[in-house]
Design a protein around this ligand. Structure first.
Ligand SMILES: [Zn+2]
Ligand SMILES: [Zn+2]
Length: 183
């Protein structure tokens, strides 16, 4: 039986990624569960919850919208909270020991403000700017599942010579009104 809060989904891929990162930074084995949350509000990109087992939850929508670097930053941020807790520093917060780890592990504290702002508002969603080698701009609704997608303007079929690259640029887009029936 899982005791995870509503909307928290175990994510094996995320857990593998976190295990590797944590081992890389500390040489230790991560003993925490990783979740992606569909219900996490726009104010929180990730959180660490102490307990048995300790849990790390990341916002699914943020993960869908952020760059690879931002994903790594977010994971390292929550892993740092976990690590300090594991070392017995239960009230470390974002204080000096946390900042020391930030420098040592090399991550930045704040999630992408453009993404957070877009996720906070109910009438907007995030668009992600990808470009092809020629310079065609593609505003995607979410990070592609596959790392390799090619430009549909340059070639109708998948073509490795026209792979799209993530620029890291994000903007909020107003969503089309949803279809609600009125009686
Ligand atoms: Zn934090
Ligand atoms: Zn193109």
């Amino acid at each position: 039986m899982s005791t995870a809060p509503h909307g928290w989904q175990p994510d094996g891929r995320l857990e593998d990624e976190a295990m590797r990162l944590y081992a890389e930074m500390t040489g230790l084995t991560l003993e925490a569960q990783l979740f992606a949350s569909t219900r996490m509000a726009g104010r929180t990109a990730g959180l660490f919850r102490p307990g048995a087992p300790p849990c790390i939850a990341l916002s699914r929508r943020y993960l869908d919208s952020c760059s690879a670097q931002e994903r790594r930053d977010l994971l390292l941020h929550e892993l740092a909270h976990y690590h300090l807790w594991r070392l017995g520093l239960r009230r470390a917060g974002h204080g000096p020991p946390f900042r020391a780890l930030m420098r040592q592990w090399g991550f930045s504290r704040y999630p992408n403000a453009d993404i957070m702002q877009a996720l906070r508002r109910p009438d907007t969603s995030v668009r992600l700017l990808f470009v092809c080698p020629v310079g065609h701009e593609h505003w995607l609704r979410r990070r592609p599942k596959s790392q390799e997608i090619s430009c549909g303007i340059c070639s109708r079929r998948f073509d490795r010579s026209y792979l799209l690259r993530d620029t890291g640029v994000r903007r909020a887009a107003v969503q089309e009104p949803s279809h609600r029936s009125r009686s």
